[in-house]
Design a protein around this ligand. Structure first.
Ligand SMILES: C[S@@+](CC[C@H](N)C(=O)[O-])C[C@H]1O[C@@H](n2cnc3c(N)ncnc32)[C@H](O)[C@@H]1O
Length: 402
């Protein structure tokens, strides 16, 4: 039988978990949130929702007309209180299921000050003359994205008009970014376009900078403006390369940063080792009380930090010292295997981990063995989506030798 009926139990990263009437648990995509009862069609091992038979009692009208087909906003049909509950559950459940870990102290989840309009970066795909988000291989055309900051949303109609007027469309992707004052627009395009066409786009959208590269891995060419963005937060100014990482939800990231700073002070230390440091988001604000710092990242912007691919593990001359404070903020894929093995071997007294993926966090801590979670807290840096950030104080579990 290809059609089944079931209740949505929980959310995953990009699908919902349904329990069918026969007890099978199946990942489904489509118009469904936890609590709904749906009819779905099986396609291989996955399901596709055909009809909602019963609504979750908390359901609300999504803010965006594209919320259902769009792959980004899985939770827009739920009020913020329910979104936060689901994310808190996701962190705790994943740590337990995949890592066998339970935080000794759980500090709950911190909401984002903004529920919409919080993103300082929109990353869109282009097919021919159409702009949108990818759903699998297909493009979902997008005219607006309410998650984006006003400055980015305001540029979308002009960008679409420009694309539609192109003679030969040869672009694949566009990234729109704005600085923390949200008044400068930076455009990064991938693919090809004529110099005059690009100049025209820059003028129409009144960009602060415009860069283009032919493909991933190829160098950026900056045609207009200065290709760095500046962000100000907690009295610090961060200068970030146009393609460099920076937190997308500044107001929520500031809450995370304040908490991380407080925990770092509690942990104490004489030298700060910041792995995956980026622009020094977590370490720079600590410089006044912890001036001895070493940051490692593939892409560094602070003088003194070292450009290094951590898939190779730690550089040979980076060894732990007595009184070190190590912090780690890896990408969604988590810690590279070699680094994980080294951290297991080094068995440091404690680590502060910032993670945007509970599954890889749990996997890494399990693989490192011998560590336990002293304290953890979640932060909703990505409202409306299924994503959640965690701040985790990990310590050596000496009790296993007791
Ligand atoms: C989640 S970001 C955190 C950056 C910084 N801590 C912040 O909050 O702005 C992850 C960082 O990991 C870096 N990164 C990703 N893979 C890496 C690798 N294999 N080696 C070193 N750095 C890497 C990226 O450049 C990025 O700056």
């Amino acid at each position: 039988m290809n059609e089944l009926q079931g209740r949505i139990l929980d959310m995953g990263d990009d699908r919902m978990l349904a329990e069918a009437e026969d007890g099978r648990r199946i990942w489904v995509s489509g118009d469904a949130v936890p609590g709904d009862v749906v009819r779905f069609r099986l396609k291989g091992k996955l399901g596709e929702v055909m009809e909602r038979l019963e609504d979750a009692p908390e359901r609300v009208e999504p803010a965006c007309p594209l919320a259902v087909p769009c792959p980004g906003c899985l939770l827009q049909a739920l009020p913020m209180s329910r979104q936060l509950e689901l994310k808190e559950g996701k962190v705790l459940e994943t740590l337990k299921r995949l890592g066998g870990l339970e935080p000794q102290e759980w500090r709950g989840i911190v909401a984002s000050p903004r529920e919409l309009g919080y993103r300082n970066k929109l990353d869109l795909n282009i097919r021919g003359r159409e702009l949108g988000y990818l759903r699998g291989r297909e493009l979902l055309p997008v005219k607006d994205c309410p998650l984006g900051a006003d400055r980015l949303r305001a540029a979308l109609p002009e960008l679409r008009r420009w694309l539609q007027g192109l003679d030969k469309p040869r672009l694949k992707r566009v990234m729109l970014r704005c600085d923390s004052a949200a008044d400068e627009l930076h455009l990064l395009l991938q693919g090809r376009a004529g110099r005059n066409e690009l100049r025209d786009l820059g003028e129409r959208c009144q960009v602060a900078s415009l860069s283009i590269r032919e493909d991933v891995g190829r160098p950026w060419k900056t045609l207009l403006g200065k290709a760095t963005l500046s962000f100000e937060l907690m009295g610090e100014r961060f200068e970030v390369r146009e393609d460099g990482f920076f937190q997308v939800n500044l107001e929520a990231a500031e809450l995370l940063l304040r908490e991380a700073q407080a925990w770092m002070k509690e942990m104490g230390g004489e030298r700060l080792v910041d792995l995956f440091c980026g622009c020094g988001f977590f370490s720079e604000p600590a410089r006044s009380w912890l001036p001895d710092q070493l940051g490692l990242d593939m892409q560094v912007s602070r003088p003194g930090d070292r450009a290094w691919d951590l898939r190779k593990g730690l550089p040979e001359d980076v060894q732990p010292r007595e009184g070190d404070l190590w912090i780690l903020d890896p990408p969604r894929s988590g810690l590279p295997e070699k680094l994980r093995e080294q951290l297991a071997e080094l068995y440091l007294p404690h680590l502060l981990i910032i993670s945007c993926n509970p599954a890889t966090l749990a996997r890494d801590l399990k693989a490192m063995g011998g560590y336990r979670i002293r304290r953890a807290q979640a932060f909703d840096l990505f409202p409306q989506t299924s994503h959640v950030e965690s701040l985790v104080w990990v310590e050596r579990n000496d009790s296993i030798f007791a």
